[in-house]
Every structure is written in C-alpha cells, then in structure tokens.
Write a protein that binds this ligand. Structure first.
Ligand code: ADP
Ligand code: GLC
Length: 435
C-alpha cells in the first residue's frame, strides 16, 4: 500500500510538540510492516531553536524549483526539497513567503492561509511524483483542507480516482478557524463552505478534515470517546457522533530508537530495567544541570511541557507548595504562557535549594529529565494521548497522571495490595487528588 503522510511538523526536522514525534516515528513503523510511505512537510527556514520550535540544519536536496500551485487567484511556484530517513522519502514544500518566517505557527487568518497553501501544494506535489497513493494521511487542522480540495477541486481528477483520505485528530481544541473571505483566495467554493466548513459563521479547517475524510482516527481510545461529548467536543461532538462508525482511537507509538535509556545520546549514563545503576548517575547530572544540591536520596519530581491550561499547570501551581513542603525537589522544563513562567520563577526564587526551572526549548534537557527524575507529573486537564508518560515508563520514572485521554489508557494506578500498576492516577481535577 502506498501512503502519503502530510503534516505541519515532523522530527527531526521541525517540532513544537508530540505531533512531530508521531510524524517522525509513524513512517518508520509503517515501513517495517511493508507500507510504501512518503512524508510531506513544510520547509521552515529563517529559524534557529526558539519559541519552542526546533529545526535541524539538514533539509536534504532541492529536487524541484517549479511546483505550480494554484492559489490566491493565480499560480504560485514553490520549490521542493527531499531527504531520506531510514529509506523513507521526506519532501519539503519550500515557499519562503509562508515558511521562511522564523517560526512554525503564528496565528489567525494568515496561519490558515499558510497551511491552506501547504495543503494545496501537497496535492500538486503528489501529482508530480507520479504513482498515486491509496491513502493520504492528514494530521490536525493544518492539513484539514486536503480532503476538502480532494472532494471539490480534484473531485473528477482521474489521478486521484483510487485515493482515500484518512484524518488523525491530535488535538481537537486547535481548529484553524478563519474568516470565510479567505475561501476564494484558497480556491474553495461557497458550496464546500456551506456543507463542510461552516462553524458559527467562521470556516473551520478542523471541521473540513472531520467532514470530508473517508476515515478518522484519534490518538487514544479514551479520547475517541471523550470528543463525542460536550465536555471535550469543542462543539464538534455532534459531527463526531454522526461519524462515529468511521472514527477509531489508536494509541500513539513511541520511537525507542530516540527514547531509550540504554543508548540515549543526551544522558550521562545508560541503564535498562535489568541494570538500573546508571539512573543514579543521570539523577546526579540532572541536579547539577539545574544547580540543585546533589542529594540523591531526596525524591525528585519533574515535568516537561508546553505551559498551557491543557497541561493542568494551574492545578500544579495550586499543589506545588505541598509537593515541596515535605522535602521533595522539583524541576520544570517548559515554554508558553508568560504568567505561568513568572509563577514558577517565583517558586524557584523562593526555594532555590529544591526547585529548578528552564523556560525554553531543549531536547537534551527533556531526555535528561526523563532519565534523571524519580517521578514525572502529568496532571492534564485533557490529553489526547501524551507521550511523556510513555517515555517515563521506559526510563523507570514513575508517572503521576490525571486519568484523561491517553493518560487513562496507558497508566494503571498502583495497587498496594496486589502490587499491580505502572504509575499513580487520579481523576478529579483538584490539587488534593494530585497531592
Ligand atoms: P503535546 O504534543 O500536547 O505538547 P505530548 O506529550 O504528545 O504533548 O508531546 C510533547 C513532546 O514535546 C514531548 O516529546 C516532549 O518531551 C516535548 N516537549 C514539550 N515541551 C518541551 C520543551 N520545553 N523542551 C523540549 N521538549 C519539549
Ligand atoms: C497533541 C496532543 C498530545 C498528543 C500529540 C501527538 O499535541 O496534545 O496529547 O500526544 O498531539 O498525537
């Protein structure tokens, strides 16, 4: 089977969060079971590591300089670059006006315009590559217009007569809403808007993906159920219930080539579940990096996260003093909301012997935290899948999670009498339960 994965980010080329981890790891896993897989992502340029974005230096070689993309009432020419990762071709759409801006995501209509262009360019590139795929796998709102184009502009294009679309929801809360005025610019008609995109007077890229794709998935079984309810549905629960026979929850996998304490390239020592000694050395390295006393017997809790309400940061803020008072240490690697940064900076300043914080983005530190901490916190308000709790399991770092979405599917609460369980889990969104 020939599959094209289209996404806005993929490790090791670009990343703001778990979507990138998945879009880097999934092609390898598909390849292993014999799928002929191709990946298409934007070629971001003009950026170093900043704003929670990471981009490697190598984006391969230019293979096209004249990809004609009908957009904005005319034809725009993009270039295409190619790189190979474990025998899988990655293609990069290069269009500096949209992707050479020094960031991955900005906001508003302009972002939707950028990714509408990417979606259209993806389809034109697939045509240029020859040999049509059976499946185009779209991911989140950034590629939500691909199925809309395929069902309108390319509807009678014989090239795509055997091509289906599959859409994966990684986070339903980000929807790529835009003013309908942009539709003509993107080359989409009023009819497409009326039955597949309209969302309270705006156009929704997420809704487009949910409406027009042949198959739908999300990244855990629990989240597949949750998003059909009013609480988690972001006002798309009706549409999701209507499409429930086409919707499946498939838990994300983890790439153990990247995330493995036995051969992690970022950690001071290596270890495995049979040989745990190295973990102590990793704890020492972590404490040192955060300028904390090298007191190896003091319990160390940690979090690596985007600082948003999704991640339960306000819950953590309410609980933090009660974590510190009995004597535990705490380290945080995060980027996002300034008010959360200010708060945790204040916690650090009040307890410099117990707390370490780093606001920014660092893959090395993320690995060192997984390896060196004793316990990992994920008190998320909602969590489609979550990857760090699974990395924690691999690194022998006990996950403490709120039972929502993928956290509920992957972590079973430790039971003292039976000795069963792989972490600690609570349900109520309350600091008492977290403590
Ligand atoms: P989400 O995609 O919602 O942010 P996930 O748990 O799926 O959550 O994935 C987050 C990924 O991003 C993990 O690989 C995590 O280590 C990484 N990450 C998050 N924040 C940072 C940061 N500040 N520095 C480095 N890596 C980070
Ligand atoms: C989103 C979700 C996260 C999930 C990731 C990869 O960013 O917030 O829970 O693990 O996508 O699917």
């Amino acid at each position: 089977m020939r599959v094209v994965i289209a996404a806005s980010e993929a490790v090791p080329y670009s990343k703001t969060g778990g979507l990138a981890d998945v879009c880097g790891a999934l092609p390898k896993a598909l390849k292993r079971i014999g799928v002929d897989v191709h990946v298409i992502v934007p070629r971001y340029t003009g950026m170093s590591v900043r704003n929670g974005d990471v981009v490697s230096n190598s984006n391969g070689f230019q293979i096209m300089s004249d990809l004609a993309v009908p957009f904005g009432g005319g034809i725009r020419y993009a270039s295409v670059w190619q790189d190979w990762l474990d025998d899988t071709p990655f293609y990069f759409i290069d269009f500096p006006e949209y992707f050479g801006l020094g960031y991955i995501y900005g906001s508003g209509d302009f972002d939707v315009e950028r990714f509408a262009f990417f979606s259209r360019a993806t389809l034109e590139l697939i045509k240029r590559l020859g040999n049509p795929p059976e499946v185009i796998h779209c991911n989140d709102w950034q590629t939500g217009l691909v199925p809309a184009y395929l069902n309108s502009t390319y509807r009678f294009d014989p090239y795509f007569s055997n091509t289906s679309t599959f859409f994966s929801i990684h986070n339903l809360a980000y929807q790529g809403l835009f003013s309908p005025g942009l539709l003509a610019h993107a080359g989409l008609g009023a009819d497409v808007y009326q039955y597949g995109l309209e969302f309270h007077g705006m156009a929704s890229s997420m809704k487009s993906g949910l409406y027009f794709s042949n198959g739908l998935s999300t990244v855990s079984r629990k989240y597949a159920e949750e998003i059909q309810t009013e609480e988690f549905g972001n006002q798309l629960e009706g549409l999701l219930r209507w499409r429930r026979d086409d919707l499946i929850g498939i838990l994300n996998g983890v790439d153990y080539d990247e995330w493995n304490p036995a051969h992690d390239i970022y950690t001071a020592a290596h270890f495995s579940h049979e040989h745990l000694e190295g973990k102590r050395e990793c704890k020492r390295q972590l404490l040192r990096n955060f300028h904390l006393p090298e007191d190896l017997d003091r319990p160390l809790t940690a979090i690596v996260t985007r600082l948003t309400t999704q991640k339960g940061i306000d819950l953590l803020a309410q609980a933090i003093w009660r974590i510190l008072d009995p004597g535990a240490s705490f380290v945080m690697l995060g980027s996002g909301s300034k008010s959360y940064e200010d708060f945790f900076q204040h916690v650090r300043d009040s307890r410099p012997e117990q707390v370490g914080v780093y606001f920014g983005y660092s893959t090395a530190l993320a690995h060192q935290i997984e390896a060196g901490a004793d316990m990992y916190l994920m008190p998320s308000a909602y969590e489609p899948c979550g990857l760090n709790q699974m990395y924690s399991l691999k690194y022998g770092t006990v996950p403490i999670v709120r039972g929502t979405g993928g956290l509920d599917d992957t972590i079973s609460d430790f039971n003292r009498s039976s000795g069963q369980g792989n972490g600690f889990k609570f349900y109520d969104y309350s600091p008492d339960r977290l403590i």
